[in-house]
Design a protein around this ligand. Structure first.
Ligand SMILES: N[C@@H](CCOP(=O)(O)O)C(=O)O
Length: 412
């Protein structure tokens, strides 16, 4: 495994980790999977499904050969992340009129979001290199995940959290795991810029998705979905997009499976952004060469409140590889889809519901055909954002009762 700069192409080994190449480019993990035997791997991954309390019981480290083969097992910090549900909600499928529909609930991860898939790898790597101080900029899910793994690894975490536009629950979760929370006036993007400039001097190991080990771990989301579906993925993978780490990781994961002949066809990716924070979609729709950052991103889906997504170049490359499309959806569309997902019993945070909102929109626009199949990625847990929930709460569904059988017609 090597780290390669996406800008100048310079490579370094994974022990010589830095968050940004001296030329200013971002680093990517380059792993040559061509020597691996896809069929043999399927057998190994199948056997590991029976593991309990070993690192291979994790739904990330089950795929270690494709993620970080060099890392010694005893350096892994795991909470048996991954292993999340794949659901086929029949009522929603029927109401959409699509041939097949799945939800992959990354919200069922130990800290309640998909960040755990990547964080276990980043924190394990950092600790192996000898770091004891970990940091991130966050709208809340990344910080909660980092704080949890840092605590598991008996290390410290320092998280930079914007003063506004984020969910208080996530900050409380982060504090509860013992992180030092540094609040600031600005956006997630400002926090990233600060860490890129100062983390090295402060001795901090950065755990945002600009860290390529996060992306390597998040590839497991699509490996797991493929394994659960007997190595045959649906026609479309629908992914919400803020910082764009998920779409990047899923695209790279698909590329690995395809290169190794482990899947018979390459699914397409649909990337969905919230309208008030959609610089990537705007760039793609305009056929522009460069992303124009949005200084004031604004959406009810707080996890998507990102105006300058760090992974946009990598995301564009994977969309090319997967013949991807992009779209944006309004806050109203997001909340309407969230209600559908919540009432199916699966539940999710607002950002996750952008996937279903996007699927509905792309079907209405006939980009996705009803004869096709789709898998929506749900990124965060329903209880991650109770502020939004109380705003949505329908009080007419609550009634008072004096606990006598009289008046039951009001609620029965
Ligand atoms: N929604 C994210 C913001 C992006 O974070 P990153 O982990 O991709 O850097 C959050 O939870 O902070």
């Amino acid at each position: 495994m090597k780290l390669e700069c996406v800008h100048c192409g310079q490579t370094r080994n994974w022990q010589q980790f830095i968050i940004k190449c001296p030329c200013g480019g971002r680093l990517e993990v380059k792993q040559d999977v061509t020597g691996l035997d896809g069929e043999k791997l399927k057998g190994i991954f199948r056997e590991r499904l029976g593991e309990r309390m070993s690192v291979y019981a994790s739904g990330v480290w089950r795929y270690k050969e494709l993620i970080f083969p060099e890392l010694p097992e005893d350096r892994i910090v795991t909470k048996y992340e991954g292993n999340t549900g794949l659901y086929a909600p029949e009522t929603i499928r029927k109401s959409l009129g699509i041939r097949g529909l799945y939800f992959k609930a990354q919200s069922e991860n130990p800290s309640g979001s998909f960040k755990d898939n990547g964080m276990t790898v980043a924190v394990s790597h950092g600790r192996h290199l000898g770091y004891t101080r970990f940091a991130c900029s966050s709208t809340g899910n990344t910080s909660a995940s980092l704080a949890m793994y840092a605590a598991m690894g008996e290390s410290s975490s320092y998280v930079f959290v914007p003063e506004s536009g984020i969910s208080q629950n996530k900050v409380l979760q982060t504090l509860a795991y013992g992180a030092r929370v540094i609040r600031f006036d600005g956006t997630y993007d400002d926090g990233i810029a600060f860490l890129e400039r100062h983390a090295k001097d402060l001795g901090l190991y950065v755990c945002n998705s600009i860290n390529p080990f996060r992306i390597a771990g998040q590839k497991s989301i699509i490996y797991e979905a493929a394994q659960y579906l007997n190595w045959e993925l649906p026609d479309w993978i629908v992914v919400p997009g803020g910082a764009l780490s998920n779409v990047t990781a899923i695209g790279k994961g698909i590329e690995d499976l395809w290169t190794l002949g482990m899947i018979p066809k390459r699914p397409r990716i649909a990337l969905v952004q919230a309208e008030g924070a959609s610089p990537f979609h705007k760039m793609m729709a305009a056929g522009a060469e460069e992303l124009r950052p949005e200084p004031q991103p604004q959406t009810v889906a707080s996890a998507l409140n990102i105006g300058n997504p760090p992974s946009w170049k990598a995301a564009r490359r994977v969309l090319e590889f997967c013949r991807g499309v992009t779209c944006s959806v309004t806050d109203e569309e997001i909340l309407a889809s969230k209600q559908i997902i919540d009432r199916s019993g699966i539940g999710c945070e607002p950002a996750s519901a952008a996937s279903l909102a996007g699927l509905r929109k792309l079907m209405a626009e006939k980009v996705i055909d009803k004869e096709e199949t789709a898998l929506c990625i749900l990124t965060g847990n329903l209880l991650k954002d109770t502020q939004v929930l109380s705003g949505m709460m329908e009080h007419e569904r609550m009634v008072r009762s004096d606990l006598t059988v009289k008046g039951t017609e009001r609620w029965l």
